[in-house]
Design a protein around this ligand. Structure first.
Ligand SMILES: [Ca+2]
Ligand SMILES: [Ca+2]
Length: 263
């Protein structure tokens, strides 16, 4: 079933029809100016919109706060899922509902005016990310990156699919990215906050720097988002800092973190 879905999605992409928003697979949407208001300090800051994160097209939407990996026919890295991919906000096609947002789209042409790079900054052992379409590559170490703007420019399409593949289907797996502008010259965009995608099982509440443990690194991350307003699916509840998902990062979330303290 998933193969069929992926195939249909690829046909949609290949035909270059303006209907990317109809792809059933989840995508993280890359943009700038997260508050959507011009003239504020975040205008040149990159972010990803996480509204589709953990929607998971094979299950009841948003049934889990993680992606369950499925056993595949392959013997190596047998447990897999073909989402989430990456896309970008754009200001041209107003019928693509999910990606059309002129206030959050990057200015100019990809790989010319900006070079959006999705870099891995943390990765669980036994997990890799694979770009199966042209140009094919595998990411399996910290420091490696998806050159989103290069793919965007090469194919004339910002819609990128990624397959996540692990050696097991039970244990917590994670991959943490940040998006930065790797263009050497000019007025570059500021890097995004780190964002993590988790697989197989939900991390404990308070495990914000995801590794299955709740310790001082997680507390530092909680203080970074402390009292931040407007926590929502769009920002993945500030990367889980809003553990009870009530819209605010506060003492209720600290209490959940403290209850899972590892040291
Ligand atoms: Ca942690
Ligand atoms: Ca909360």
């Amino acid at each position: 079933m998933r193969l069929i879905v992926v195939s249909i999605c690829m046909i949609i992409v290949a035909s270059s029809l303006p209907i990317q928003a109809e792809c059933p697979l989840d995508h993280l949407i890359i943009g700038c100016n997260p508050d959507g208001i011009e003239g504020t300090p975040d205008d040149k800051t990159l972010f990803v919109d996480s509204s589709q994160k953990y929607r998971d097209s094979s299950e009841t939407p948003y049934a889990h706060w993680f992606y369950p990996l499925q056993k595949s026919i392959f013997t190596s890295y047998a447990h897999r899922i073909g989402e989430p991919g990456f896309d970008a906000f754009q200001a041209v096609n107003s019928s693509a509902r999910h990606t059309y947002d002129p206030n959050r789209s990057l200015a100019g042409d990809p790989d010319l005016d900006y070079r959006v790079t999705v870099e891995v900054i943390a990765l669980s052992p036994g997990l890799r990310a694979v770009h199966k379409d042209y140009p094919q590559f595998t990411i399996d170490a910290v420091g490696q990156a998806i050159d989103h703007s290069a793919i965007h420019s090469l194919r004339g399409d910002s819609h990128v699919h990624i397959s996540y593949q692990a050696t097991d289907g039970e244990n917590l797996h994670w991959i943490t990215f940040r998006v930065f502008d790797s263009l050497e010259d000019g007025d570059r965009y500021e890097p995004s906050e780190p964002f993590t995608i988790v697989f197989n099982t939900e991390p404990p509440a308070g495990d914000l720097v995801v590794d299955g443990l709740v310790n001082i690194a997680d507390l530092a991350e909680l203080s970074h988002y402390w009292l931040a307003p407007e926590s929502s699916r769009r920002n993945d509840f500030y990367e889980r800092a809003d553990a009870n998902r009530d819209g605010c990062v506060n003492l209720h979330d600290f209490a959940r973190m403290a209850a899972n303290w590892s040291d």
